[in-house]
Design a protein around this ligand. Structure first.
Ligand SMILES: Nc1ncnc2c1ncn2[C@@H]1O[C@H](COP(=O)(O)OP(=O)(O)OP(=O)(O)O)[C@@H](O)[C@H]1O
Length: 356
């Protein structure tokens, strides 16, 4: 699947002000307070980090080994420290397209998340060069999750629940700090081993404190939650909350289980989304949309909760743990299959690499 742009959102300064609950876009005052505290803590870290940026050209300090990846905003290089020889990943963001503030936000969120097994470790070194800003993280050398998702098949047998559990843990950690990740997609999930047993979440360039006001500024993606596609409840935007990540996790898991996107965008004019809504309204077998045919009841229930179009009723990312240990895919012929068997196929029409 070629790289899809991240969810384009327009951001308003600061978090939503305290007020009547109906003005909080579904956030409770406590949730909003936590988001405001996160915003303050992040601003503090950014102010300190700006003073400690190393002023140097990357090549003066690090030996470039090979590119690790390229995103819309920056490139990631495998480098070695010239004196110590340590292997590191260096994310370089050109000044032409990245402000100091955006760089510091991404750099500091990575630091703040600290050491978590499901999150790429940040090394606390930020560089300012003539034309770019850079920071260093641990290198994760088996590529990103997209290269493990076989079109119209999905992830290797057994991998989807493992990936789901690790991503849910990483996102819960981030949500617990009052943040919303906002950019969950396979390209941002790095794989630590050839069997896709261990994964880590990377790229915190879109992470913001809960309650930050955002509006969708570009076209919606499959991962964009429907409430972001609708006109925002407040003129300035939607106060973001963790349910945005729960939706994206549901879409990512669907891709991982079937090798297809469930829809192009969660709007009623999208035929696949329309079929999904009709099936939700009346979950009889004949109405089951074709892309969902290969899923077992546990996956139906898990995805049904994460992909609830009503953000207030949507299940949290941690609900993944309730469905571990049960088959998520059917064998051919409709029986429930063990995760770990060969030959599981989703019934979808659009492979993940097509047209995205
Ligand atoms: N620590 C790392 N180790 C190995 N590869 C990495 C690492 N960080 C990122 N990559 C690779 O580089 C790619 C681009 O990185 P990243 O997503 O951070 O860039 P971006 O410009 O912010 O992307 P986006 O367009 O998603 O916003 C990733 O998809 C991944 O393949």
């Amino acid at each position: 699947m070629p790289d899809k742009p991240s969810v384009e959102t327009k951001e308003e300064a600061g978090a939503a002000e305290n007020g009547a609950e109906e003005d909080l876009g579904g956030l409770t005052p406590e949730e909003l307070r936590q988001g405001q505290e996160a915003a303050l803590a992040l601003e503090g870290m950014m102010a300190l980090s700006t003073q400690s940026l190393v002023q140097a050209e990357v090549e003066d300090l690090y030996q470039l080994e090979r590119p690790l990846g390229q995103g819309r905003y920056g490139r990631v290089l495998l480098v070695t420290h010239r004196q110590k020889g340590t292997f590191l990943a260096l994310k370089q963001l050109p000044k032409a397209s990245t402000s100091l503030r955006s760089f510091l936000q991404e750099f500091c969120v990575g630091l703040w998340l600290g050491s978590h097994p499901g999150i790429v470790a940040a090394y606390g070194i930020g560089l300012e060069s003539a034309d770019s800003y850079s920071f260093l993280t641990e290198p994760v050398l088996h590529g990103d999750l997209i290269s493990f998702i076989k079109p119209k098949v999905g992830l290797p047998p057994g991998a989807a629940p493992r990936v789901a559990a690790q991503l849910a843990g990483a996102l819960e950690h981030l949500h617990g700090l009052g943040l919303v990740y906002r950019d969950l997609k396979p390209e941002n999930v790095l794989v630590c081993d050839a069997a896709c047993r261990r994964v880590k979440l990377a790229d915190f360039g879109h992470t913001r404190p809960r309650g930050t006001l955002l509006r969708l500024a570009g076209p919606p993606l499959p991962y964009t939650a429907p409430e972001l596609c609708a006109p925002p409840p407040l003129p300035a935007g939607l106060p973001i909350r963790p349910g945005l990540d729960a939706w994206a996790l549901g879409v990512l898991l669907f891709c991982g289980l079937t090798g297809c996107f469930p829809w192009d965008r969660p709007l009623p004019d999208d035929p696949f989304y329309g079929d999904f809504l009709a099936w939700r309204a009346e979950p009889r077998a004949p109405l089951r949309p074709r892309p969902w045919l290969g899923l077992a009841p546990a996956a139906d229930a898990l995805l049904g909760g994460l992909l609830d179009p009503r953000p207030g009723d949507r299940r949290p990312v941690g609900s993944v743990t309730e469905y571990l240990g049960r088959p998520w895919r059917l064998r051919e012929g409709g029986e429930e299959g063990e995760e770990g068997e060969e030959g599981e196929e989703g019934g979808g029409e659009r492979g993940v690499e097509e047209g995205e």
